[in-house]
Design a protein around this ligand. Structure first.
Ligand code: PEP
Ligand code: MG
Length: 565
């Protein structure tokens, strides 16, 4: 990749997935807008117009099948389902009828036919209602062919590229092939959104929330250097900057499963996983166990509660990857950005503050009972050490009720997540019941700063570097220590190597993160003694602002610069 003669320009956004990489820009085509209601001139042959619709649908189907054949895992399944929708004649015949009966232009006919089909699926509810997204996708693709517009979705290019988009839906992110898309930049999106979490899991540098004033400057083919750690995009980078990026990319660091500070104080470095495949790759990456198994990820698409047998199978797959090791299983964390149709109420006005996570047991206590039963059965089949915890515990009554219930199913080690400020402040009382806690810094930050974690416009508030968040983490650790209970962190803060040092200094015993972050966090922890972690934690907690805390700690960790972190 040759540097250009133009002057380098530095642009900023929110870095959500670390790494430094350069590549040519490929912009994601904007979505299709609603075509105007227009009719065909009387000279046009209606049969030919109807044929055009059928041919466009065929082309879309073939294109999707080709992409599916190249894709892997979840991405392949998504593409196959969409291809089936394109092959279904319901949409095309209904659009053709509108051309014949009302002489509508084909693109408008397809738009209206898709609207009727989506309404029909929506009214059926459950799995069928979920398919409305595929209808919209197929509709937009057929209209793109009919109007000769760029195909919506992720561009398909022979060479690796930096994807630039307005936003990426989780379904788009699932389709990203890390061999083709080397990094992405979006004008919208927040730091702990699902998309950002997936980018980190893929190990793909990513910058979100740049605003359109940045993305509008990036055109197809422009060479950019993306620094996902600092959140900067350099347009037309210098040869020197490109050389450094290449050098860092060629250094491969590994984690040997021995997390500790320089003076040998063990810090368990664990993985966040969502299914058996993720657990297997985390084990290969050296994770010392699982610090957060997000069980709801196994069932996000399901309209009905999964059977106990289906749950046993899903949990067993994860436990089997860690024989003899700790696996912290979180009971279903449904609600807000992770609705489960069988457990949450889609009409709630304020879902992040609603009947979500552990609170769903108020309405549907048996769902938790079934889950605990399945987990106990899966544990009996494997050699993993199961620790079970409930999300969003807010009071001592809840901590007691949950841990009593879990133990009644034979699950010996029962704890809680601390992600509501009340739980951190009341930790000494909650630990009378809980054997351990894991701090979910994503939600803890959202609730203490009163800032929606999905909003890029509030990203400066939504960071674990906020001294208010750090003070709550300290309160949680202080509440646990008289009881001798371990506290871990499993939110995204654990994957920031500088913040990890602070967390250890505050008294956190384990850090759980996407497996890709393990080598970086390990390398930085191994460069400092525990006393230094405590000193840096005190610096951060006394800082006036999040930026001051980050800057003060980073200035004391020269290894970050050396490793390009
Ligand atoms: C958290 O809130 O920090 C957490 C780990 O849970 P989730 O991101 O799944 O809400
Ligand atoms: Mg959470």
């Amino acid at each position: 990749m040759a540097p250009s003669d133009a002057t380098p320009t530095s642009l900023t956004g929110i870095g959500v997935s670390p790494g430094l990489i350069a590549g040519p820009v490929a912009r994601m085509a904007p979505g299709i807008t609603e075509p105007e209601i227009a009719t065909l001139e009387s000279s046009r042959d209606l049969d030919k117009e109807c044929d055009r619709i059928a041919e466009a649908a065929q082309r879309v189907k073939k294109g999707l099948e080709l992409s599916a054949a190249e894709a892997k895992g979840e991405g392949r399944t998504l593409l196959e389902t969409t291809a089936q929708m394109a092959a279904d004649p319901t949409l095309t015949t209904s659009a053709q009828a509108k051309v014949r009966e009302r002489r509508l232009v084909p693109e408008r006919a397809v738009w209206e036919a898709a609207g009727t089909l989506a309404d029909m699926l929506e009214s059926l509810g459950g799995y069928m209602a979920e398919r409305t997204r595929d209808v919209a996708d197929v509709r937009d693709r057929i209209i793109a062919v009919l109007t000769d517009s760029p195909m919506p979705g992720i561009p398909r290019l022979p060479e690796p590229f930096v994807l630039v988009a307005e936003d990426l839906a989780p379904a788009d992110t699932a389709l990203l092939d890390p061999e083709k898309v080397v990094a992405f930049i979006t004008s919208e999106g927040g730091p702990t959104s699902h998309t950002a979490i997936l980018a980190r899991a893929l190990g793909m540098p990513a910058i979100v929330g740049t605003g359109t004033e940045v993305t509008d400057q990036l055109q197809d083919g422009d060479i950019v250097l993306v620094d996902g750690t600092k959140g900067t995009v350099t347009l037309n980078p210098s040869e020197e900057a490109l050389r450094r990026a290449r050098e860092l990319a060629s250094r491969v660091r590994v984690f040997n499963g021995d997390g500790a500070t320089k003076d040998g104080r063990e810090v368990q470095l664990l993985a966040n996983v969502g299914d058996a495949a993720g657990a297997r790759s985390a084990a290969e990456a050296g994770a010392m166990g699982v610090g957060l198994f997000r069980t709801e990820f196994c069932f996000l698409d399901q309209p009905e509660e999964p059977t106990v047998e289906a749950q046993v199978e899903a949990y067993r797959g994860v436990l089997e990857a860690f024989p003899g090791k700790k696996v912290v299983v979180r009971t279903l964390d449904a609600g807000a950005d992770k609705p489960l149709p069988f457990l949450t109420d889609a009409t709630e006005a304020n879902p992040a503050l609603g009947v979500r996570a552990y609170r769903t047991t108020r309405r549907d206590p048996e769902v938790l009972e079934h889950q605990l039963e399945a987990l106990a059965k899966a544990e009996a089949d494997t050699e993993a050490k199961v620790w079970v915890m409930a999300p969003m515990i807010s009071t001592a009554e809840e901590a007691k009720a949950f841990t009593d219930k879990a133990r009644s199913y034979g699950l010996k080690t029962a704890g809680m997540m601390i992600e509501v400020p009340s739980a951190a402040l009341m930790a000494d009382k909650l630990f009378e019941h809980a054997d351990f806690a894991s701090i979910g810094t994503n939600d803890l930050t959202q609730y203490v700063m009163a800032a929606d974690r999905l909003l890029s416009s509030l990203a400066d508030l939504s960071t674990g570097w906020q001294p208010a968040v750090l003070r709550l983490i300290k309160a949680a650790c202080d509440g646990a220590s008289p009881h001798g209970r371990p506290v871990g962190v499993c939110g995204e803060a654990a994957a920031d190597p500088a913040l990890a040092v602070v967390l250890v200094g505050l008294g956190v015993a384990s850090l759980s993160m996407t497996a890709r972050a393990l080598p970086d966090v390990d390398a930085v922890l191994k460069s400092v003694d525990f006393a230094e972690c405590q000193r840096l934690a005190a610096l951060a907690i006394d800082a006036r602002t999040a930026d001051d805390a980050r800057a003060a700690v980073r200035a004391e960790l020269p290894i970050l610069e050396e490793l390009g972190l």
